[in-house]
Write a protein that binds this ligand. Structure first.
Ligand SMILES: [Zn+2]
Length: 168
């Protein structure tokens, strides 16, 4: 079932509601433009509530599969992204210092908040900058061994460095 896009976090927190459902690929434009393709709807469970100081808090998890590029062999690669998050709703930037240490601030400027955007933000944070096939499934294994022999971490600063290496 699709999750509602526009929600009233104050009301949901006071009621202690749990929302569980999906966000369609078309409602995740920033994720779509960061990967080759988004393989299915994002699935999420979001629990609203109050902490001991009656601050409005939201705990949730989100997961979605995306197809991206292996930076070793440059072939497509499906990555399962999962994000767990705990945010405290604030309605003004002035209240950012009231956010407890174990929560991220979720700034909501109107009465209504956009749940899709929150979930997309969280899943984007879970997207690695570079992705690789596991060893054995990657046609670029020779390259991997060479790099390992040098003893460096296999984290190119720039994906195009890998391209240059492969061309040599
Ligand atoms: Zn690969």
């Amino acid at each position: 079932m699709p999750l509602p896009t526009h929600i009233d976090p104050r009301k949901l927190a006071l009621q202690g509601n749990v929302l569980e459902g999906t966000v369609n690929v078309g409602d995740l434009p920033r994720l779509e433009s960061s990967v080759n393709s988004v393989c299915g709807p994002l699935e999420a469970k979001v629990q609203f509530g109050l902490d001991e100081s009656r601050a409005k808090i939201v705990n949730g998890d989100a997961r979605v599969s995306v197809e991206t590029i292996c930076q070793r062999c440059l072939d497509p690669l499906v990555v399962e992204l999962t994000a767990e998050f705990a945010v405290q709703v604030i309605w003004s930037e002035d209240h950012i210092n009231r956010v407890a240490a174990n929560y991220e601030p979720w700034l909501v400027l109107d009465k209504m908040a956009n749940l899709n955007e929150l979930l997309e933000d969280e899943i984007l944070l879970a997207l690695p900058l570079v992705n690789y096939h596991v060893v054995g499934e990657c046609t670029g294994d020779t390259f991997l061994e060479e790099v390992e022999a040098v003893g460096d971490e296999i984290v190119p600063d720039n994906p195009f460095n890998v391209l240059l290496q492969l061309k040599k």
